[in-house]
Write a protein that binds this ligand. Structure first.
Ligand SMILES: Nc1ncnc2c1ncn2[C@@H]1O[C@H](COP(=O)(O)OP(=O)(O)OP(=O)(O)O)[C@@H](O)[C@H]1O
Ligand SMILES: [Mg+2]
Length: 451
């Protein structure tokens, strides 16, 4: 199959000349007259390599290069520069260009470069680069399992590093599947309590009646079935860390007891009188909006402030898309190992789908997706066919296609419907996102019979 080269230059003669030469080399060539047109072509066509001029109207070569190397890290980009602009060439290399060629273009050198870029190319090279990047990040942050290079994730990791070795209570917030538990683990493992007990309690998984005795223990005969004294999780965590997952789910009685542990470091076992003292660091997590729980009288405000001395809020994956290629590569490696496979990489088209999908289930969903793709794949590359239907269908959760010619009302209806779907029917968040009042939203929902 012929490889396709995209030439982006605002000078028609250069486009034509390079195209002719590369066609003689046996490539399919497409051209674009500026960065913006080039970017559209990259998104639409199956491009294997890009040659781009730096100075162009509308969108510069620098900007185009940045977009390509973040959204399509497997496409090599060769930069064309004028004489005496070596700095910008160096900048381009730093931004991920494969190489650069100065004008007037030496066609022989360009031809060699293209050949080299394509032969040792994309998947193998990029996959290796990503793997190296993962190794570096791991070493640097000492967070063995946490992958991420986006500024938002770096900020999270910085906070974690700063607070880990203090006794401050940490409240971790974020949507389901963003990695709250992973961050909680990191806080403990980076603290000087690392070789002391680390006790995890999944508050939502325990029946309400059991949670109190599970956390604080009970004395013999405290309730039917309490055959002997039992130590609770807080006692087991003494000198170490306790992780209270889904803290938004605990009842008022347990909230008071936890508050007292935070204030006085003491409690009594269920059915007991003896006061027990503990030295425990508390990390908690929730995907609920605790402020709203407080407003509605379901969560104690004083407890909230004690738990939330440091807040680590993990942004959803759709707000840090730069992490998607890295995470995909990390999971690919993991599941290759687990399934005895040696898949080399992810095809450009499949990678683009992964990048553009909105990931409502965040990293957990991405991880599951790569796992099933690894299991299903019959070749050494993950192709579009190996991805789940939801991702393949292209009905991108983040975009609404509104054809020209529809009425304003119809357009409004589609936007509201898509936003509602995106927030899983949550009207408060939908109204916020659309910057309209809840009442207005309700009225529109009725008007357009969206319910
Ligand atoms: N930055 C990351 N790097 C690598 N793996 C990650 C990262 N973040 C999350 N994961 C993985 O994604 C999955 C979900 O993470 P985790 O269980 O910590 O999410 P959570 O926020 O606690 O979700 P929930 O609210 O549903 O309990 C886990 O398998 C975890 O290992
Ligand atoms: Mg969790």
């Amino acid at each position: 199959m012929k490889c396709t080269v995209l030439i982006v230059d605002d000078e028609k003669n250069i486009r034509g000349g390079l195209a002719k030469s590369l066609e003689l080399d046996g490539y399919r060539v497409v051209t674009a007259a500026d960065g913006e047109e080039g970017w559209k072509t990259v998104n639409r066509d199956d491009i294997d390599l890009v040659i781009a001029d730096l100075k162009m109207p509308r969108m510069s070569g620098e900007e185009l290069l940045k977009r390509i190397s973040s959204a399509y890290p497997t496409i090599p980009v060769i930069i064309l520069t004028g004489h005496g602009t070596i700095e910008s060439a160096v900048g381009a290399m730093r931004d991920g260009a494969f190489d650069f060629v100065t004008k007037p273009v030496n066609l022989e050198r360009l031809s060699l470069l293209v050949k080299r870029a394509l032969s040792n190319r994309e998947l193998h090279m990029q996959h290796k680069a990503l793997k190296e990047e993962i190794e570096q990040l791991k070493a640097k942050h000492r967070f063995e399992k946490i992958v991420g290079k986006s500024p938002k994730m770096k900020r999270v990791m910085d906070v974690v590093e700063q607070v880990a070795d203090t006794k401050a209570s940490v409240l971790i917030t974020g949507e389901s599947g963003v990695g709250k538990e992973l961050i909680a683990d990191a806080v403990h493992h980076l603290s000087s309590r690392a070789d002391r007990p680390y006790i995890k309690v999944h508050c939502a998984a325990l029946a309400e009646s059991l949670l109190e005795s599970e956390l604080f223990g009970h004395e013999k005969g405290a309730f039917t079935g309490a055959a002997g004294r039992k130590r609770g999780r807080f006692e087991l965590a003494d000198k170490g860390t306790i992780f209270l997952d889904e803290i938004g789910e605990i009842n008022a009685q347990v909230q008071i007891k936890i508050l007292r542990v935070l204030q006085e470091r003491t409690f009594e076992r269920v059915g007991g009188e003896e006061t027990v003292s503990v030295d425990v660091r508390i990390i908690s997590a929730t995907n609920k909006d605790l402020k709203k729980e407080i407003e509605q009288g379901r969560f104690r405000e004083d407890l909230f402030y004690r738990l939330n001395v440091v807040n680590v809020d993990i942004p959803p994956l759709r707000e840090r898309k730069e992490d998607i290629p890295l995470l995909s590569a990390a999971f690919l490696k993991e599941f290759n190992g687990e399934n005895g496979k040696s898949i080399q990489g992810i095809s450009q088209k499949a990678g683009a789908l992964l990048y553009n999908y909105a990931w409502p289930g965040n990293i957990r969903e991405l991880r599951n997706c790569i796992e099933s793709a690894v299991v299903l794949s019959r070749t050494d590359v993950i192709e579009v066919e190996d991805l789940p239907m939801t991702i393949r269908s292209g009905s991108d959760d983040e975009n609404v296609m509104i054809p020209l010619g529809v009425t304003m009302a119809e357009a409004q209806k589609q936007v509201i419907e898509a936003t509602l779907n995106f927030y899983k029917g949550n009207k408060t968040r939908t109204a916020e996102a659309l910057e309209i009042g809840r009442k207005t939203l309700h009225r529109k929902i009725q008007e357009y019979s969206l319910d």
